[in-house]
Design a protein around this ligand. Structure first.
Ligand SMILES: Cc1cc2nc3c(=O)[nH]c(=O)nc-3n(C[C@H](O)[C@H](O)[C@H](O)COP(=O)(O)O)c2cc1C
Length: 300
């Protein structure tokens, strides 16, 4: 499961793990925050043992802060790996010189990767874009070829494309000539068929799935079994409720507020979904969620 800030918290990661996701990533965590005011960020990075292998993703722009953050995360969180974000296009992140814009500055990116590797015994991976301005992932990887980077997830879109548009399968395929570690193809995998096609076109070792898992965490099961799951609404609601229960147990009332958007994704494609969404977007308890499903004629 690819990292998703604001969405892929411990509850959702556990649900995805139950459906067969091999590796889950944390929401991206700021290295500056970890250095100067770590309490909230360390809370964000908490996880359950059943999520392992669990990778913490860091974002930032200063090599020194990556060094300190790598030490803190290794000691306080003890995940199974640390990933560095070279792919985020969001303005708030880009303004700090972090995320995808870092790919423009290979030297600085290299220092960041080295600082991270030197300050943890955990495997270090990177997540990149296919291209940022004139620098493509191949040139970027070539510049890092001697570094001990264990895995790479490439979002096959340029920074300019943001989150939509065609995926550059060719560049993901060619990455194999520049990188010896595990390669995961990412972007636009929203179904079993998409996953099969992407693996065929890229020959990647694995797939990174983000939005395709929203409201559909069984996409991992489909890919593992190479078999489509036709879930009836009752089954979907059962999964949604289990997810909501987990969210509440981990985050209390805040968990219920945050689950609202997931509930809206879960009902996608079900008859009566738009009316149901109007109610689900306001729920404030597990009972309310159950009552809404029941009032639409589904027994959960
Ligand atoms: C809500 C949301 C939050 C995201 N947060 C992160 C993040 O924290 N770190 C990161 O590297 N990518 C993040 N991404 C990008 C995804 O990991 C992924 O690269 C992108 O969505 C393309 O994959 P998809 O087509 O499967 O969604 C985020 C994407 C979404 C939609």
């Amino acid at each position: 499961m690819a990292p998703m800030a604001g969405v892929a918290d411990s509850a959702f990661r556990q649900v995805c793990k139950d459906f067969g996701a091999d590796v889950v990533y944390s929401e991206m965590a700021s290295v500056a925050a970890l250095c100067y005011n770590p309490k909230k960020t360390l809370e964000l990075l908490e996880f359950s043992e059943k999520e392992r292998p669990y990778v913490v993703q860091l974002f930032g722009s200063e090599a020194k802060q990556f060094a300190e953050a790598a030490r803190i995360v290794t000691k306080e969180i003890n995940p199974d790996g640390i990933d560095i974000n070279f792919g985020c296009p969001v303005k708030k992140v880009a303004k700090q010189g972090a995320g995808a814009v870092l790919m423009r500055d290979k030297k600085k990116s290299r220092e960041i990767i080295i600082s991270t590797i030197e300050n943890t015994e955990l495997p270090v991976s990177i997540k990149t874009r296919a291209q940022v301005d004139t620098i493509d992932a191949l040139e970027f990887l070539d510049y890092m070829h001697d570094l001990d980077i264990k895995a790479l997830m490439i979002h096959g879109r340029t920074l300019a494309q943001g989150f939509s548009g065609d995926i550059n399968f060719d560049i993901i395929k060619k990455a194999r000539d520049y990188f010896g570690g595990i390669i995961m193809a990412n972007g636009g995998i929203n179904s079993l068929d998409d996953g099969i096609q992407v693996l065929k076109k890229t020959r990647a070792d694995g797939l990174g799935i983000a939005r395709g898992a929203l409201g559909c965490p069984w996409i991992f099961q489909e890919l593992k079994n190479i078999k489509k799951e036709n879930k009836i609404p009752e089954k979907i609601f059962e999964i949604a409720l289990r997810h909501a229960e987990l969210a509440e147990s981990l985050k209390g009332q805040q968990g219920i507020i945050e689950i609202r958007k997931h509930l809206c994704w879960y009902v996608h494609g079900i008859i009566g979904a738009s009316e149901m969404r109007r109610e689900l977007i306001n729920v404030s308890s597990l009972n309310e969620i159950k009552n809404i499903f029941n009032s639409f004629g589904f027994v959960v």
